[in-house]
Design a binder for this molecule. Structure first.
Ligand code: THU
Length: 130
């Protein structure tokens, strides 16, 4: 599939505007592209009971999966509060769960304004699967 990296990053930026992050004041947005070409957006949603916080990536992934889209091909991640925002360990494993057999998920980040594109295995080699 032809992936429009810039569009996906723009969507992640858009999603970060909905971040609910009054505790960390660290906003994050994510946009996931599925194998059918649909894009799902997510932001981090924090909670007074801190452990209940949901990362932007998992918000977007769970939205996709709950709409019947289980095969992810790319994800863009963005924070307006950081020069570069990479997915946390938990989100790497959740991304891995929904990686299809055909192709690796591409992870798009922005480092000081430059797009960086890497395969999920760069961030999570030998991910866990049952
Ligand atoms: N966060 C994300 O949304 N995604 C990540 O990959 C890393 C962390 C959020 C969680 C929390 O709301 C804030 O960033 C600070 O940890």
């Amino acid at each position: 599939m032809n992936i429009d990296y810039k569009t996906l990053m723009d969507k992640a930026k858009e999603a970060s505007q909905n971040s609910y992050s009054p505790f960390s004041r660290f906003a994050v947005g994510a946009a996931v592209l599925t194998s059918t070409g649909k894009i799902f957006l997510g932001c981090n949603v924090e909670n007074s009971s801190f452990g209940l916080t949901n990362c932007a990536e998992r918000t977007a992934i769970f939205k996709a999966v709950s709409e019947g889209e289980r095969e992810l091909v790319a994800v863009a991640i963005y924070s307006p509060n950081s020069d570069s925002c990479y997915p946390c360990g938990a989100c790497r494993q959740v991304l891995y769960e929904f990686q299809g057999d055909e192709q690796e998920i591409e992870v798009i980040t922005e480092n000081l304004g430059n797009l960086e594109i890497k395969k999920l295995s760069y961030f999570l080699p030998n991910g866990f699967r049952i």
